[in-house]
Write a protein that binds this ligand. Structure first.
Ligand code: FAD
Ligand code: 2HG
Ligand code: ZN
Length: 472
């Protein structure tokens, strides 16, 4: 091991090979659910350095765990507890390599923070639409490796749909340059799509070419209160019919989610949560004018109020008010963290089935564990709900999660399967859900996934033990 560390120091320099006890930020997951121990943290500064590090680790049969912003919610970016894995942080690789305004693409290195990428696009008059609560610290490499979703998927798609090309270092340390920003390319298996969503198990993403969009002329945000998820689906249908592709976001939040934001961040002044079971945040992007956009949104909401689909609604009067409303939505995860450990389920169901799913899952869980709190929110337009469970009040949240997580998740995931859903809509599988994946994915799908893994990474050195568990 000492020889490997000396080789790594030769490649990236002594100041970029970190060892010792002060590696908590790299070794602990964002939710503080798990902590591993790395042999060392290596911080390459270029694709060539990544390739040399991977080659050296492969020669020594040492596993690599790639890490971007370490904001993942499934503990996929931290090492195991063995102290033998090299944690590779991509955070030094932040360059914007180029922007092609005619092709409407931008090429960036993997460690570029999502917000910096959005800003680089904006400075050139474009929109890079991927948007999520962790955008100030997650990296585009991590976004692609998890196929991240967020709040604009309804209109622009998830990270996969925004990606036109990748540069990847393979587990053998070879470089695949697939960066050309082609919108059409039918030359066999789609390698790009294989690496997107592979959670560091097939190689290290070092750069990407991504789609840009013209910046909308106007963006408006509305907040509406509703009595039920059925009404939320009705409003979604009306909005899709009346606004078409201008509808760029449609988020739901239940009362308990907003109550937690109100409790932990009272200065955010959450509207309408006390009197209503559900609230919706809607975003409209328009290429004509703000007056045009406001007219569309107001007529949608007036109709919905008249038909009693919504109980109350406001349209943000200024950019600041819109930003404040989005901030409330993006603060739910943090409010849940403040409240204590919780059980997360990032599920997807066909949109039409969401109300029935929530009714059935709520009833089954209430019967099993009276007093638990349902913190539900998410991207209703994508059929993606964060069906999260918080311990009853008052109780020791960590002890509750330790004692009941498996029981709760088994009930929820069985219900998801009954509703033809997925147990991971956007966060990925990582360490936390790999056993659940093995239970809920078909044997044929799992076998195909294992074949791909062993063909590309026969030594199993890329993020081993994540995503897939070995067959029994
Ligand atoms: P990390 O956490 O560092 O890594 C995630 C996975 O990708 C790991 O398996 C890691 O090994 C792998 N990986 C990282 N970089 C590379 C690379 N260069 N090459 C190969 N593999 C790599 N997710 C959503 O989808 N939608 C949301 O709305 C959303 N909101 C969030 C809000 C908050 C407050 C937080 C904390 C998280 C949220 N997330 C969300 C989850 C998380 O932000 C995303 O999964 C994000 O894409 C992870 O990026 P990262 O750079 O932090 O990756
Ligand atoms: C979001 O949509 C994220 O805010 C986080 O995906 C979800 O905390 C969660 O469960
Ligand atoms: Zn989400």
């Amino acid at each position: 091991m000492t020889a490997l560390i000396e080789t790594l120091i030769d490649i990236v320099g002594a100041s970029h090979v970190l060892q010792g006890n002060d590696l908590q930020a790299y070794e602990e997951d964002w939710r503080q659910r798990q902590r591993g121990k790395a042999l060392c943290v290596v911080r390459p500064g270029s694709t060539q350095e990544v390739a040399r590090v991977v080659k050296a680790c492969a020669a020594a049969r040492v596993a690599i765990v790639p890490q971007g912003g370490n904001t993942g919610l499934v503990a996929g970016s931290i090492p195991d507890e063995s102290g033998t894995q090299v944690l590779m942080s991509l955070r030094r690789m932040t360059a914007v390599r180029g922007l092609d305004p005619v092709n409407q693409t931008i090429t960036v290195e993997a460690g570029c923070v999502l917000q910096s990428l959005q800003e680089a696009a904006e400075q050139a008059g474009f929109l890079f639409p991927l948007s999520l609560g962790a955008e100030g610290s997650c990296t585009i490499g991590g976004n692609l490796a998890t196929n991240a979703g967020g709040t604009q998927v309804l209109r622009y798609g998830n990270a996969r749909e925004l990606c036109l090309g990748l540069e990847v270092v393979t587990p053998q340390g070879d470089l695949w340059d697939g960066l050309a920003g082609l919108r059409k390319d039918n030359t066999g298996y789609d390698l790009r799509d294989l690496f997107v969503g592979s959670e560091g198990t097939l190689g290290v993403i070092t750069a990407a070419t991504l789609k840009l969009y013209p910046k909308p002329v106007a963006q408006l945000t509305a907040w509406a209160a509703l009595a039920s998820l059925e009404d939320a689906n009705r409003l979604l249908g009306l909005a899709q019919r009346q606004l078409g592709a201008s509808l760029t976001g449609f988020e739901v939040m239940n009362r308990q989610a907003l109550q937690l934001v109100d409790k932990h961040f009272p200065h955010l002044r959450v509207p309408m949560w006390q009197e209503n079971d559900w609230c919706v945040l809607l975003e409209l992007s328009d290429n004509e004018s703000e007056i045009h956009a406001r007219g569309l949104l107001e007529s949608l909401l007036e109709g919905a109020l008249q038909d009693e689909v919504v109980a109350d609604a406001i349209v943000a009067e200024s950019l600041k008010q819109a930003h404040d409303l989005w901030h409330i939505r993006e603060s739910i995860t943090l409010a849940q963290t403040q409240e204590g450990h919780n059980v997360k389920h990032d599920i997807s169901i066909p949109v039409s089935g969401i109300p029935a799913f929530v009714r059935a899952a709520d009833a089954a869980l209430r019967a099993a564990l009276p007093g638990i709190r349902f913190v539900n929110f998410g991207h209703l337009g994508d059929g993606n709900l964060h069906y999260n469970i918080q311990a009853p009040e008052p109780s020791d949240a960590s002890a509750f999660v330790r004692a009941h997580e498996d029981q709760i998740s088994a009930i929820v995931y069985d219900m998801v399967s009954k509703h033809q859903g997925s147990i991971s809509a956007e966060h990925g599988v990582g360490e936390l859900k790999r056993h659940k994946l093995a239970e809920h994915k078909s044997p044929v799908a799992l076998q195909l996934m294992r074949s791909i893994k062993s063909a590309i990474d026969p030594l199993n050195t890329m993020n081993p033990g994540r995503l897939l568990v070995a067959p029994n």
